[in-house]
Design a protein around this ligand. Structure first.
Ligand code: URP
Ligand code: ZN
Ligand code: ZN
Length: 483
């Protein structure tokens, strides 16, 4: 029993599997390094050849004339099934939203229940919530939500379990998540030797707590006061402190969801000074502003996320930062809380609104429409921040994040001519609103392959729940950044 090649693909009888060959012909391939016209031959789950005029006989041919062909996106920052703020985000059954938006891999934060080790928390998150449900491939970051006795001994062992990244919170005072500077320093020391990258939510939790109390005691309870209690300065101070602590520990640090110019500059300047300081921003910090938080009838609650949304001056700084490579990654920070039930938990007090906004479906569309189409970033830069750099940081490259021979056949065929509007009516995020409702969209994800399986066709999800697989990340991702 061996391998039979037929005009439509290969059949490996010993495995009982049939392998379709697919040729994506005549498209313009865009990678983080450049773009060129070529065909891509996929066999089974893998890209096996890239070239001009590849033999079309042994494959199903997809004509990508006039289309861009991009690597599947890698979303460095999602929160599926996250218990947070007294409620829980939508689970992995809503991951078709990711692939509909061109994301074929997510790196999700595995929440840590009280007293549980990070590795057990990750295993629990996978077994109970992700496995058999995810429509995209997935890896995990650990999150410290409770500093256990064994934490610092456990950190160097995380890569053995395929977990090369760990997030700590400098904010959310009053919860067991918020860590002090000594804990951050010790975690950085423990992480360094084994190539674990410490990620940090950088906001000054003590000052926020005080500002929140001052707002509430003076009757300032509407969603817009979320931004008043979390001004850029609280983020800038904590970011500068985090990168300084990383310098003291001589360890890499990755600052997640950077939203303001001053925080971005602290990372940029530390990097120039020789610190391995890196960062991520998110589409909402490039396109949505404080005006959204001021929407009447409690609509502002939809936009309560931390850090808070910023003014256009900061949006410009975020676009500049990704264009220049001062921030390397754009992640969604997707949190599927609905408005009617969950956001209303803070109807009378903004501090009770669960923090986080949905957006996993719109990362590529927003980067394209408001970045590429406006000339703020190149197509290559888009591919880098949405796929290649996050794959590298998370130890998934070159299997993920690139169009290359030997890489997984995670491929997006993108129609740049399409025009439409973002709306909850075409969202698969599973919540009752779209954070980008009514915003124009230029270009659309037409087809997506996940490891060779057609999962989006004509802008519709055609894949299967549970088709996603767990991926082990390799350590020393931060050291991979010669970007
Ligand atoms: O508002 C946010 N970002 N919620 C999710 C948790 C976090 O801090 O990333
Ligand atoms: Zn955070
Ligand atoms: Zn987050």
């Amino acid at each position: 029993m061996g391998e039979i090649t037929s005009p439509m693909g290969r059949f490996d009888q010993s495995k009982g599997e049939s392998y379709m060959s697919v040729l994506i012909a005549n498209g313009t391939i865009v990678t983080s390094l450049g773009e060129y016209g070529a065909d891509i031959l996929v066999e089974g789950e893998t890209i096996v050849a890239i070239g001009k005029g590849l033999d079309k006989r042994a494959a199903e041919v997809i004509d990508a004339s006039g289309k861009y062909v991009l690597p599947g996106g890698v979303d460095n920052h999602t929160h599926f099934a996250l218990p947070f703020g007294g409620t829980v985000t939508r689970g992995f059954e809503t991951t078709p939203a990711a692939i509909l938006g061109g994301t074929t891999t997510i790196v999700d934060y595995a929440p840590q229940p009280r007293g549980m080790s990070i590795t057990d928390s990750v295993a629990k998150h996978d077994e109970e919530r992700a496995s058999g449900k995810s429509a995209v491939d997935y890896a995990f970051h650990g999150i410290v939500m409770d500093v256990t006795d064994g934490l610092f001994e456990e950190i160097p062992k995380l890569p053995e379990r395929g977990i090369p990244t760990l997030k700590l919170f400098m904010a959310y005072k009053g919860t067991p998540y918020m860590v002090d500077d000594a804990t951050l320093f010790k975690a950085l020391q423990a992480a360094k030797k084994s190539g674990v990258t410490i990620m940090v939510h950088a906001e000054n939790g003590d000052v926020i707590d005080l500002l929140q109390k001052q707002c509430v005691s003076s009757g300032q309870v509407d969603p817009k006061y979320h931004a008043v209690s979390r001004p850029p300065a609280v983020e800038a101070e904590a970011t500068a402190r985090a990168v300084a602590i990383a310098a003291m520990a001589d360890a890499p640090i990755f600052v997640v969801h950077v939203s303001c110019r001053e925080a971005m500059e602290a990372i940029r300047d530390a990097y120039i000074d020789g610190v391995s300081a890196y960062g991520e921003t998110c589409p909402h910090y490039m396109t949505l502003g404080v005006d959204n938080l001021s929407k009447p009838n409690f609509e502002g609650a939809k936009y309560v996320c931390s850090p808070a949304l910023r003014s256009p001056e900061h949006h410009a700084a975020m676009w500049q930062a990704i264009g220049k490579g001062w921030l390397q990654v754009v992640g969604s920070d997707h949190c599927g809380f609905d408005w009617k039930e969950q956001k209303h938990m803070g109807k009378d007090n903004f501090t009770k609104i669960p923090n986080g906004a949905p957006g996993v479906q719109y990362r590529l569309a927003l980067l394209w429409t408001y970045g590429v189409e406006t000339g703020k970033i190149s197509r290559q830069k888009l591919v880098n921040v949405y796929a290649t750099a996050p794959a590298k940081f998370n130890g998934l490259y070159p299997r993920k994040g690139d169009i290359a021979v030997g890489s997984d056949a995670d491929i997006v065929i993108f129609d740049p001519q399409w025009e439409g509007t973002m709306s909850v009516n075409n969202s698969l995020e599973g919540v009752d609103f779209c954070a980008y409702e009514g915003m124009k969209q230029k270009g659309r994800v037409e087809k997506v392959f996940l490891r060779g399986n057609l999962s989006v066709d004509n802008g519709k999800f055609v894949g299967q729940a549970g088709q996603g697989r767990f991926l082990k990340g390799k350590p020393f991702g931060a050291a991979y950044q010669g970007l």
